[in-house]
Each structure stands twice: as C-alpha cells, then as structure tokens.
Design a protein around this ligand. Sequence first.
Ligand SMILES: NC(=O)c1ccc[n+]([C@@H]2O[C@H](COP(=O)([O-])OP(=O)(O)OC[C@H]3O[C@@H](n4cnc5c(N)ncnc54)[C@H](O)[C@@H]3O)[C@@H](O)[C@H]2O)c1
Length: 259
Amino acid sequence: MTQTAWLAGKIALVTGGASGIGAGIARVLAAAGARVAIGDLDGGAAVAVAGELPGTGARLGVRLDVTDRDSTDQAVTSVERELGSIDVLVNNAGISSIAPFLDISDADWERLMGVNLRGVLVVTQRVLPPMLRRRSGRIINISSMAGKEGLPNLAHYCATKFGVIGLTQSLAREVAADNVTVNAVCPGVVRTPLWDDPDTGILRQLDGEKGWRAFVSGIPLGRPQSAEDIGHACAYLASDAAANITGEALNVSGGQQMH
Ligand SMILES: NC(=O)c1ccc[n+]([C@@H]2O[C@H](COP(=O)([O-])OP(=O)(O)OC[C@H]3O[C@@H](n4cnc5c(N)ncnc54)[C@H](O)[C@@H]3O)[C@@H](O)[C@H]2O)c1
C-alpha cells in the first residue's frame, strides 16, 4: 500500500485543528486518505481550514470547545452524523503562557489545565466509548518536549504536558485489551501563533526573534519542526503500521530531546 493510502476510509477528528500544528496534522491525515473533521474554538476558522484540506475525502469544520462537555458532545455528534464513527482522535488543542513561577496566577493555572489537560479528558471520554464497542480506535495526544523536561517560566505549561503523558500511559494500559491504542506525540518547536500571537504568543515575553533563535539553537538537526512533521508522526500512529505501539510518547524534535 502506498503511503498516500495509509488512512483510506478512516475518520479522524483533530481538535484545535484550525491553526498551527493541528492544521498541519489535518492536512497530512487528509492527504493520507482520511476523512477529517476539524474541531476548534474558532468555528469559522475550522470550516475554512477544513475546506482547504487536500484529497478527495469528506471533511468537516465544527466549533468545539474542549473545556465544555456540551460543546464537545454537539461537535462529536455532528462529526458522527456527517462523516461516521471516529477511528482516530487527535487531541491537539492547547494554549500556553510564559510566567516566572512566583507570578503564575490561579487563573493562568486553571486556564492551561482546563484546555491542555482536562480538555483531553473531556473529548476522549466522549469519543472513546464507540471505539471500545467496535474494538478499534486510535487516540493521539499532543504533548510537548515540555512534557518530558521542565523548562524555566513554563511550570504551569510543563505540568499540563507532563500530565498528558501520564494520562496517555494510564489510558493505554486500560484500553489495550479492547484494541484501542493511545499514544502521545511530543513536538519540539514549531513556529505557530502559539509563539507569534501579538497578545498571547510566547515570543511577546521572550525578546522576539532573539528568543526564537535561543529555542532553535539547541536543535541537533539545526532546524525547527514544521506542522507537517508532527502530522506525519500522527499519520504513522493512526495507521495499521503502528498497530502494536501503545503508551508511547514520540519525540518530533530534531534530536533536541532523546528520552
Ligand atoms: N508550537 C510549538 O512549538 C509546540 C511545541 C510543543 C507542543 N505544542 C502543542 O501543540 C498543540 C498545538 O499548538 P500550536 O502551536 O499549533 O498552537 P496554535 O495557537 O497555533 O493553535 C491552537 C489551536 O487550538 C485552538 N484552541 C484553543 N483553545 C481551545 C479550546 N478550548 N477548544 C478547542 N480549540 C481550542 C485555537 O483556536 C487554535 O486554533 C498544543 O497542544 C501545543 O501545546 C506546540
């Protein structure tokens, strides 16, 4: 089977897929033959990005707030109605902020935990039961290099991303007997609005391009990752080729992290 047909007939939902890494993941899954739904807080952008996905398979953009169970239920129900049962869930929606440890507010902590960690719980609890009934499914959680190693001024973000890996391993063991695999992907650095947003981007607090170069300078392969690099890892984990892999946390970091 050619790589382009890897995911033929599969139905995938990518949360936070209207921007950055999620949009790249959606493009790669669609190019590999999947029917892809993008669920995002920004419903208009989800529809727009879904409309531009490559390939000929059906696609859908829906508003989905991963922190809200009703919004999640409505979005997943419309994916099931329009495209069919979800075979592949990519929990990608995530936010960040930079703050020295002593300045992390309760509101910041709750906001990051709510989207990055509880959001994975909420969406997975809605999508998983039909996978268990069908004894087939792939769950892929986007963690981070910051999910395996603490970084200064990112304690709240790192705590969420370490949590994603813990959740991934626990659930992987819990549902392995039902033939559902659960893995994480850990991107290194991908230049997205998470870095560049004028209001919330990390570079706003990090000396702009100098801060970016500092993050990129330690990458052994000498370049940042693209959103598609992360998408290729997800496509592999979603494919039959990865049927015997579960509980993994796969680095896509150009060698910046090796454990
Ligand atoms: N960019 C990087 O260098 C990098 C590195 C490691 C991990 N990550 C992780 O990758 C994921 C994607 O990050 P990105 O850089 O593409 O960010 P991004 O800001 O470009 O995209 C995030 C998307 O998530 C959506 N979103 C935010 N809150 C949401 C909610 N409550 N419900 C649904 N959607 C919501 C946003 O609307 C946006 O479309 C995040 O989990 C992030 O932590 C990013």
